[in-house]
Design a protein around this ligand. Structure first.
Ligand SMILES: Nc1ncnc2c1ncn2[C@@H]1O[C@H](COP(=O)(O)OP(=O)(O)OP(=O)(O)O)[C@@H](O)[C@H]1O
Ligand SMILES: [Mg+2]
Length: 705
């Protein structure tokens, strides 16, 4: 053999070894995930066996029937309606409250907006003494304290912003039982770092005045959760110091592993567990194709907001980077939308200002990065738009879940283009399971047939539930056709192989360009977007893989031949692309459910709540009347204080009843103008028609691509 031949063969073997190593790596990652899943499933199985055992023994069913009746039922109902203004309980709320009132430790897993706060706030009011609430963020605490104060419930906080005077009041209340204090919010640092606070708390407990302990956003305890906070790790001390005080831990999402972790860390092995579904039935999920011209996306987003939410209903637009955030906010403003940006590069004050303007409905849209997260407590967010895809299903569930926390119909819209995949993957590939998590959400985006909800159920290992047509794929799946693109896939793989043999690399974009030329040989062209879609599909199927190279400024992602490429080359694998018709894309957005603002009275009541919130010390508008209460008032049109009280309770009726009734009488038959946009004086109508024109131009040019 010639030296050159040997060298060439050596090279081939090395390439093959590299290939095998990649496969081993992928398999090891998969094995790790499967072990994790196995341990989750084993834990669920244990839990099922345990509950079956109880059911078969007929054992504690009487004790564990948390629906009641209990001696405090009527007092609890009275507080629910007349103080909190809530007409009926939501799923599990009554049972959780009863378990806490029975002095049990409780673990609550309930989706965002499910109503976890009421579960500990109501027992706090119902029981004598002071309830301690640990919450991770100042902004969350401020919102809660402000909301409770507006209801006349004596709530305070001990944080870095608390005045000396308030601090003195709180310490006196803890130590001596003086002054009125029902609910005390603290950050976890207070527990772990302030000896003074802990000693006062012990005195309070000693005197029998510590009624309950609540740990909100409890997933922060676990490093397996998505938002680990080191100070949460020390909260186990609470159960050790105050063993007979009921402790309730609440969170929106926790895998089985995180749940086990929480129980162990908080020392609540015998807690009663209430796990609600992750399903958010009021959210309409949809994915829209994001065209490669940046401006078109903004035009579409602006048009969506203006057409669907002309009455300043709140929304969030998530962006990939800080720069993109600022750009999108600016462009939305240019299109007449009240938008501003929020990201981690801003100082705390400017961030807080933007957040407050949005919370007070002075800003319609907040354009943000992931930095805008856990602190968002606004219940009436009607839409969450993702300008770029999130990095995992879990993150997308959290971010999109900020819509519709008040239970009213809301929309979650994700703009997806395959070109965004390498952008994200070059950021996450070094994280543990980073690529796998990203590819899960990419699978969600690529699919045009599978129910979006079912993807969440599978991700959180929950049995499937009916979507009720509340996602684009369930609503319009018949507008999709499947095309066999095996020949294109084969061409792509052999093209890449040739390139690699020449020691060159291609990015996704470069591969698309090369394919455009090569495809001519097949006599059947895929559009640019379809070629991109095919590349991503082959990445998901491991026919292709991504490779990364660092430069001084960035990490570049390249597309390379993957472990299963041979199957394509040997014709052992069929590849099909799902292609949707244009009608579907358009219908997707139009059909989604609408919410507040359809009746004139609702609009007027919305204005009234803003006015009243300003008069009553700048509390948030939804603390005056929730969107749900506005809907109820508008449909039932109460004409006396007694009738109104049945809807919003005594307290709010006493405070705002006369003004509300005045409005009901005056505006019951008030019709909002047909097209609110045309009534605007801010030039929004003019801009809107311009937007439409721009859209038409670009739509027609799209065919050329
Ligand atoms: N039974 C109910 N009926 C109507 N509205 C309710 C009910 N319970 C709670 N709400 C309202 O639902 C909204 C969300 O409640 P809450 O803030 O307690 O949610 P959460 O479960 O803590 O969500 P997150 O995980 O996002 O913090 C609030 O506006 C609250 O007033
Ligand atoms: Mg909450």
């Amino acid at each position: 053999m010639e030296t050159n031949d040997i060298l060439e063969e050596l090279l081939n073997v090395e390439v093959e070894i590299q290939d095998v190593e990649d496969q081993i790596k992928a398999l090891m990652e998969r094995q790790e995930k499967l072990y994790e899943k196995k341990s989750d499933l084993q834990a669920i199985l244990e839990a099922c066996k345990e509950s079956e055992k109880h059911a078969n023994n007929g054992a504690p069913s009487t004790v564990e029937n948390w629906s009641g009746p209990f001696e405090w039922d009527s007092e609890a109902d009275d507080i629910r309606l007349n103080i909190f203004g809530i007409p009926t309980y939501r799923a599990n709320q009554r049972e959780i409250i009863n378990a806490i009132m029975s002095r049990r430790d409780v673990l609550v897993i309930m989706a965002a907006g499910g109503g976890k706060s009421l579960c500990y706030q109501l027992p706090a009011v119902l029981r004598d003494g002071i309830a301690l609430v640990v919450s991770p963020l100042l902004s969350l605490i401020q919102d809660q304290v402000m909301g409770l104060s507006a209801l006349g419930i004596p709530a305070y906080m001990l944080t870095s912003t608390t005045s000396k005077e308030d601090e003195k009041f709180v310490y006196k209340a803890l130590e001596k039982g003086e002054g009125e204090l029902k609910i005390l919010y603290v950050t976890p640092e207070k527990i772990s770092k302030s000896k003074r606070f802990m000693s006062k708390l012990e005195k309070c407990h000693h005197a029998g005045r510590l009624s309950l302990i609540s740990i909100d956003e409890a997933h922060c305890c676990s490093q397996w959760g998505h938002d680990f906070r080191p100070d949460y790790k020390n909260l186990g001390i609470l159960k050790t110091q105050f063993p007979n005080v009921p402790l309730v831990a609440l969170t929106a999402t926790a895998t089985q592993r995180v749940q086990n972790d929480l129980i162990e860390m908080l020392h609540i092995p015998r807690c009663v567990k209430f796990v609600s579904t992750v399903n958010r039935p009021n959210l309409f999920y949809m994915v829209r194709e994001k065209l490669s011209v940046g401006k078109v996306v903004i035009d579409e987003i602006a048009e969506f907001i203006q057409e669907s939410y002309p009455n300043n209903e709140s929304g969030i637009v998530y962006c990939f980077s800080r720069k993109e955030c600022e750009q999108v906010a600016k462009e939305l403003r240019e299109r007449g939308i009240l938008a501003d940006y929020y990201h981690a590069d801003m100082d705390v004050n400017s961030r807080e200002k933007v957040h407050m303007r949005w919370s007070n409905n002075k800003l319609q849209v907040i354009v943000c990065t992931v930095a805008f997260g856990m602190g968002i407590n606004k219940p009436d967010v009607r839409f969450v738009i993702h300008h770029s895809l999130s990095k995992s299903m879990e993150t997308y569930y959290q971010e999109s879940g900020r819509a519709g926390r008040d239970g009213l119909p809301s929309e979650c819209l994700l703009y997806y283009r395959p070109g965004d995949v390498p952008r994200q993957s070059s950021m996450v590939f070094y994280e543990n399971s980073g690529l796998q998590n990203l590819y899960d959400i990419v699978r969600y985006c690529q699919s045009k047939r599978q129910c979006r909800r079912s993807a969440f159920f599978r991700h959180f290992a929950e049995p499937l539930q009916d979507c009720n047509g509340m996602c684009d794929n369930c609503a319009f799946s018949n507008e999709v056709k499947e095309v066999d693109v095996s020949r294109h896939a084969k061409l792509m793989v052999s093209l890449l192989k040739d390139i690699q043999e020449k020691d060159q690399r291609l990015t996704m974009l470069q591969l698309v360009d090369k394919m455009k030329i090569k495809q001519k040989e097949l006599g059947s062209d895929l559009k640019k977007e379809e070629t991109e879609q095919l590349i991503v599909q082959l990445l998901l199927e491991r026919v292709l893989k991504e490779e990364y190279q660092h430069t001084a400024y960035a990490t570049n992602a390249y597309v390379a031949v993957g472990p299963l490429a041979m199957q394509i080359l040997q014709g052992k694998k069929t590849v099909k692309l799902e292609i949707s018709s244009d009608q579907r894309t358009k219908a997707g957005v139009r059909s989604a459910k609408r919410s507040l603002g359809s009746s004139g009275l609702e609009l007027k009541l919305d204005e009234l709540r803003k006015e009243l919130s300003a008069i009553h010390g700048g509390i948030l508008p939804h603390s005056v009347l929730s969107t749900q209460q506005i809907s109820l008032i508008s449909s039932e049109k109460p004409n006396s204080l007694e009738q109104l009280e049945k809807i919003i309770g005594k307290l709010k009726t006493e405070k705002y009843g006369n003004r509300i009734l005045e409005h009901v009488e005056k505006y019951s038959d008030f019709k909002p103008p047909d097209d609110t946009n045309e009534q605007r004086t801010d030039g929004r109508a003019a801009k809107k028609s311009r937007t439409k024109k721009a859209l038409v131009v670009i739509e027609s040019s799209e065919d050329e691509a």
